[in-house]
Design a binder for this molecule. Structure first.
Ligand code: NDP
Length: 323
């Protein structure tokens, strides 16, 4: 079968299409015929060797995907061949077939398309944990969503609105802000608006926002501190700028701010938090209150282009690759 392989770390064009053997499901694993792969910023960082964990080469990228269960490894029960599932694994999805531990299967309403199912797990679980599990957002509170037209951003805007929060959305272009508005954002501001700090504070009654989902990092992190209300919670989810941020703890003291890190991979090990997120998200997706946003879609052979477009901020919604 054809698969994307990475033999040395670097920019997206290190990814090559190769012929490789079809993987065999080991004990506890299932093999899935891949319909769609959701591409995350983390996938591009992993190929570059800049992710939170070390990338071992050679490997096939792709951690989030959807498809039909094709065969079951020893000891697997509760899923049927032919059933459409979403899956969250470590890597290996950019291929015709992929294996994943059965624990990484995420039930999705059968009404979702393959691409919608592939756009769901990472962004929506992360948004839920940012808004609720760690962010403790309450209906009627304001939340700031950065990169609001991206995969995580669109999920965060939709989910925040569904949970009754008010949303200030930041993004780099008018087209992206339009999308955030269509998804329900109450106030939208350009990332390069020179008065953005004051405007964000004004949106939330002049006092700043109580909850911020921080995904840009670098110099923007200081701005997040300035945009936060007293006793505000800043959830650090990403560092899309790939720059270091300066954090002076004294500044947190002065305004009683809280900064909390969020990494979905480690939170997935928290069974209670995962079950609670799955229940809320499952209901909202089944009722159509949140709809996974499928972005540009590429064939397997154009995977490098897909990754580059994501890094170049050209995409909205979830970038999808269809093998
Ligand atoms: P997106 O679809 O949001 O794409 C990234 C977006 O980041 C861009 O479209 C761009 O939006 C914005 N951005 C801001 N500054 C830069 C920059 N200097 N270079 C490139 N992009 C920039 O990707 P994801 O939804 O996959 O991820 C969004 C962020 O959330 C990432 O930082 C990612 O690592 C993080 N994340 C973390 C998770 C975790 O478990 N901690 C899980 C999921 C995502 P704009 O042009 O509007 O500024």
């Amino acid at each position: 079968m054809q698969a994307i392989r990475v033999e040395r770390l670097g920019p997206p064009d290190v990814m090559q299409l190769q012929d490789v053997p079809v993987p065999q499901p080991g004990p506890g694993e299932v093999r899935i015929e891949v319909e769609a792969v959701g591409i995350n910023f983390a996938d591009a960082l992993a190929v570059a060797g800049e992710y939170l964990t070390r990338t071992r080469v050679p490997y096939t990228p792709g951690m989030e995907f959807a498809g039909r269960v094709e065969s079951l490894g020893e000891g697997v029960s509760g899923v049927q061949p032919g059933q459409r599932v979403a899956a969250l694994g470590g890597s290996g999805a950019l291929a015709r077939y992929a294996t994943v531990n059965a624990a990484g299967l995420i039930p999705v309403p059968q009404s979702l398309s393959g691409a919608q199912a592939a756009a769901f797990p990472v962004s929506y679980f992360t948004a839920y944990h940012g808004l609720k599990t760690l962010g403790h957002g309450q209906a009627g509170e304001w939340v700031l969503v950065q990169a609001a037209a991206g995969a995580l951003g669109t999920a965060s805007v939709q989910l925040a609105k569904a949970l009754g929060l008010n949303v200030v959305a930041l993004a780099s272009t008018e087209e992206k802000l339009d999308l955030a508005r269509r998804l329900g954002a109450d106030v939208t501001l350009r990332q390069d608006d020179p008065e953005r700090v004051q405007k964000v504070r004004d949106a939330a009654g002049g006092k700043g926002v109580p909850l911020i989902l921080e995904v840009v990092g670098g110099a923007r992190f200081q701005e997040s501190l300035d945009m936060a209300a007293s006793q505000g919670r800043i959830i650090v989810i990403g560092n899309a700028s790939r720059e270091q941020a300066n954090l002076r703890p004294v500044e947190l003291m002065k305004r009683n701010l809280t900064v909390t890190g969020l990494w979905l991979t480690s939170l997935m090990g928290d069974r209670q938090a995962t079950a609670e997120a799955a229940q809320v998200l499952g209901e909202l997706v089944a009722s159509g209150q949140v709809v996974p946003q499928v972005g540009p879609t590429y064939p397997l052979a154009q995977s490098a282009q897909a990754f580059q477009d994501l890094l170049d901020r050209k995409t909205t919604g979830k970038v999808i690759i269809e093998p």
